[in-house]
Ligand binder design. Structure first.
Ligand SMILES: C[S@@+](CC[C@H](N)C(=O)[O-])C[C@H]1O[C@@H](n2cnc3c(N)ncnc32)[C@H](O)[C@@H]1O
Length: 240
């Protein structure tokens, strides 16, 4: 159970950051820079309808971009986080309690989105057989418009050091870690346990092409030394 102190500390910090974003400070958080980079490159759609698959209570990421959107559909599994998300999020954010991965797999997403945000948990597995965003690609692209923006997390360290940092070292933890390493190798098709931003951009660009998408733009931004955002402007190939 999440402590009330942590939730309200996050809420106060977020309120303070949002205040600092105004004049005269104009500070920015990583998601702001990611969206700025896509905007400056000319690829941000005018009317944004966003889908956020792993929303939590929306204070770390959603709160910073939801004002730019017509609508945001935020999915969260944990009912406690859902309750706070409904309290903290802007009015244009529709909070849905449920398993977003299952919804994607079963093609149950109702909208057509032009902004996908996938802020999956840092350490995998985080659910029954769930690893990073591997379980939602490429099915998620069925729920998008012809042209869309995809922003998602990639890890910048290897799974071994993440497990060490979090002191996940029981026998079952180590078994899980090794399965994750294997899943990463299968997904990326490389024996490398740690990938650089350049390698990620190259690998995803190839995968997107294979899944029938054209990569118009790609960019990377670190969030901290462990995790970064990849951002892509993608377009569906027209089949003749
Ligand atoms: C890294 S946090 C997301 C932070 C969030 N984007 C924000 O702006 O504050 C990951 C969240 O994904 C949720 N989650 C994990 N598995 C899920 C699933 N299958 N469907 C929906 N949410 C899930 C977790 O409960 C957790 O709150």
């Amino acid at each position: 159970m999440m402590s009330l102190i942590r939730v309200y500390k996050d809420w106060l910090i977020t309120k303070f950051i949002i205040w600092l974003k105004g004049s005269p400070f104009h500070i920015k958080v990583p998601i702001d820079y990611m969206i700025l980079s896509i905007t400056i490159s000319g690829y941000l759609p005018k009317n944004l309808n966003a889908l956020e698959l792993f929303g939590m209570y929306g204070l770390y990421v959603t709160k910073h971009y939801s004002k730019l959107c017509q609508s945001v559909e935020l999915w969260e599994l944990d009912p406690e986080f859902v309750r706070y998300a409904r309290k903290f999020c802007d009015k244009n954010v529709n909070v849905i309690q449920g398993d977003s991965v299952k919804a994607v797999k079963e093609f149950r997403l109702m909208g057509k989105y032009n902004l996908l945000v996938i802020d999956n948990p840092l350490v995998s597995p985080y659910g029954n057989g769930l690893y990073e965003h591997f379980n939602v690609m490429p099915e998620i692209f069925d729920a998008t418009e012809e042209q869309f923006i995809l922003i998602f997390n990639v890890i910048l360290v290897n799974p071994k050091s993440l497990y060490e940092d979090y002191k996940f070292n029981s026998i079952s933890d180590l078994k899980n870690r090794d399965i994750w390493i294997r899943k990463r190798m299968e997904f990326y098709g490389t024996p490398l346990e740690k990938l650089t931003p350049q390698e990620y951009v190259k690998l995803y660009s190839t995968m997107f092409e294979e899944w029938g998408l054209i990569v118009d733009y790609s960019t990377f931004l670190p969030r901290n030394h462990r995790v970064g955002f990849l951002g892509f402007a993608l377009r569906k190939k027209i089949l003749s």
